[in-house]
Design a protein around this ligand. Structure first.
Ligand SMILES: NC(=O)c1ccc[n+]([C@@H]2O[C@H](COP(=O)([O-])OP(=O)(O)OC[C@H]3O[C@@H](n4cnc5c(N)ncnc54)[C@H](OP(=O)(O)O)[C@@H]3O)[C@@H](O)[C@H]2O)c1
Length: 253
């Protein structure tokens, strides 16, 4: 899917320079929401390092958008530590890496379902521990959740919903444990990214119109909109310990 992402600074007013000269590391920044956030954070003056598991995708995304990059699989603690080893200081850490883990609890493969937590909770724990004192005290950490955390369905997403909701709880706990570092979670509804298109597969031509119709805005979100919300959480110094919903109102129906 080809997403058009503008490179203008999404910040204005007192926040306009909040990211200037700051170092932002975005896990999952090589595609979709994370890449959109990376492009906008760079436009706001940050030095941005994007990380994905696919080396070639990371290199290409970085080259195309003037970003720095690393490759690491977030389910591998040693790979996380190695990717971060030569970065002296991180002002804003964003953890969006993840896949759509879908399997029914009664019949799914447990190791596969465990991945939902490995990519989210344990990847975050390993990353924060690997950075330790290199996380700026006046910086931020942003996690990803999703509308499933509040609005589950019966399509094999219970584990992903649990992993997503647990990120919101982790953010609230860490906002106290790591204070004064700010820790927040972005909770998007359905955003048209490569992930969504891959998950829907051949059914996308029928399912996407139904999803759009079921959303109060009558359309799904764009990576650029969700990316801008991520940059807002990074830049606004009073956002802390909270979950920012961006979903076109779909949680209400
Ligand atoms: N799109 C939606 O509607 C939606 C809604 C709610 C929540 N979310 C969540 O938002 C996040 C981003 O989604 P997206 O739609 O932007 O997806 P996307 O376009 O597929 O991007 C996913 C990013 O995560 C990276 N990634 C995935 N597994 C990884 C791993 N094991 N190690 C390192 N990097 C990994 C990918 O790079 P590689 O492929 O190179 O590893 C890519 O950079 C995901 O966690 C997703 O669950 C998405």
């Amino acid at each position: 899917m080809n997403t058009q992402i503008t490179a203008s600074n999404p910040l204005s007013g007192t926040q306009a320079n909040a990211l200037a000269g700051k170092v932002a590391v975005i896990f999952g920044g090589t595609s979709g929401i994370g890449l959109a956030a990376a492009i906008q954070a760079r436009a706001a003056g940050a030095h941005v390092i994007v990380i994905g598991s696919d080396r070639e995708r990371a290199r290409q995304a970085a080259e195309e958008h003037g970003l720095d990059w690393r490759a690491a699989d977030v389910t591998q603690p040693e790979a996380i530590a190695a990717a971060l080893r030569d970065i002296p200081k991180v002002d804003h850490l964003v953890l969006l890496a993840g896949t759509f883990v879908a399997a029914k609890v009664i019949e799914g493969d447990v190791d596969y379902m465990r991945r939902a937590f490995e990519e989210r909770i344990w990847a975050s724990v390993h990353t924060i521990r690997a950075l330790g004192e290199r996380l700026s005290r006046d910086g931020s950490i942003t996690f990803i959740s999703g509308v499933l955390a509040d609005r589950p369905n019966a399509q094999g997403t219970a584990i992903l919903a649990a992993a997503s909701a647990s990120m919101e709880a982790l953010a609230r706990g860490l906002a106290l444990e790591l204070a004064p570092i700010r820790v927040n979670t972005l909770s998007p509804g359905h955003v048209e990214t490569p992930l969504l298109h891959k998950v829907l597969g051949a059914a996308r031509d029928t399912v996407l119109p139904a999803m759009r119709a079921a959303t109060p805005t009558k359309r799904l979100g764009t990576a650029e909109e969700a990316g801008a919300a991520t940059v807002f959480l990074m830049a606004n110094g009073w956002m802390n310990g909270t979950t920012l919903h961006i979903d076109g109102g779909v949680r209400l129906v």
